[in-house]
Structures are given as C-alpha cells and as structure tokens.
Design a protein around this ligand. Sequence first.
Ligand code: ZN
Length: 275
Amino acid sequence: MLEIPESNHIARQLTQIIKGKKLKNVYANSSAHRFAFFFGDPNHYHSLLVNKTVDDIQAYGGLIEMSMNDTKLVFGDGVNIRYFEQGEQLPEKHQLHIEFEDLSSIICTVQMYGGMWAFVDGENDNFYYQVAKEKPSPLVGKFDITYFESLMLTVKENACVKAFLATEQRIPGLGNGVLQDILFNARINPKRKLKTLNEIENEKLFHSIKNTLIEMIEKGGRDTEKDIFSSYGDYRTILSKKTWKNPCINCGDDIVKQTYMGGTVYYCPTCQPIL
Ligand SMILES: [Zn+2]
C-alpha cells in the first residue's frame, strides 16, 4: 500500500523517467478485477490519453497524479506501478498498460483494490482525491504545530492516537504502515487516548510525523514496499511485519503485535506504555 513515503518517492522516479514522454497506446482493464476502479469507461482511456505528453507528476497523500496538460491520470494507493524498458518482458495480467512512443511502458496492477482514474481536470469529484489535494501534506511548512493542534480538535472525545492519525483522512497518505514508526519514534502507544497526551507529547508526535516521513522518503520508501523497478525501499522499518519478532531496538523488550481498529499494530510495551 502506497503511503506518503512511497507516493513521493515514486513520483520522483516517474519524473526522472517518463516526464516528457508521449503516450502511444493505453490498454485499460485488460484483465478484469472486481476491485479495480476507473473513472468512467476504461474503454475510453486510449482516446482520452493517446498522443498526450506527460508534463508533470506529483504525489498527493498516498496518490500519484500524472498530468498531461489538463488531462490527468491518478493512481490510487492500492495500485502497483512498474516501469519497463522497450524489450523487457511485460507481465501478462494487468489492469492498466501505458505504452510510450519510445516503447517503454508503465504497467499497473491491483492487488486488493485500487483506482486508476483518467479524466479532464475538474471532472473528478472522488472524495479521496479531493481531500488529498486540498489538505496540506505533513512535508510542507503549512502543516505546522498550530494546524496539527487544530486537527486534534476534530476527533471524538475518547479517540485513541491511532484513530486520530490514520482514520477520517485527517492526514491523507498517513496510514497504518507509517504510523508504527512515527509512534515508536514519539514513544507513544497507538492505543493511548489522544486527550491523555500532554503538551510535550503533542510536540514530540508532531515532529515525529515530519521527521519519520522525511527519513522514509530520503531512503526511497520503506523496506516493506516496492518502487517502479520492483525494488524495496532502503528505509529499514523499526516496527513492521518484517521486524516485530526482534527485540525493541531501544530497550530490548519483546514487541507486541495486535489487531487493533481493523489493522495490525506493533509497539514496545516499555517504550510506548499505554498508561
Ligand atoms: Zn522498548
């Protein structure tokens, strides 16, 4: 699942590799998938996109937007995006294949669910897309402590820290994956009630969101997720499915793994007490 580090890293990779390329062929929905979502009729994607030139690629939350003047192609956070040079063996099954004039390709596949939306700017009123474009990313200056504390006021009375950070699209692209290391670095338990955090903990959490995400991006995404060349990122997750059996890197205690609020959480009971 693409979260902020991977969408930003992949947007950079795509900028280096496909910016300026012209689209020659678009094959959408070749292998039907129940949870592959398109904007309008995928059969129209070819005529909408052919002969257009990629002029910009940006990440918004966990989404990636490719611009061809006023025509957009947005990849959702559940889409695997892979790049292939001319002559490379292409996967047989895919939900979207974009072939460029130089015969290189982008191939998109959906594992669980994912959107690939092609549209003319202004047409797409999808909630996740709108909110990802509107809300400031934690990577920018506008996402400051004042803004962060204003977000804290939007949660229900008894909400826990995980619910605050990773639900309701409060911070688009911050999901259950990056949440684990953000909370470990802030030494805050995902089950803590948000209202029990003191001023110092609020600030620690705020800085941990920014610093952890920046480090993840600088290292090319997490080591649990793949880039457009099918390589894992170089950011070594502290708490993830890959590492949770190891002792805590700070105190040596056993890491706790639990299903909590529709996803797995990992935490160190000593460094991140529930209180
Ligand atoms: Zn610990």
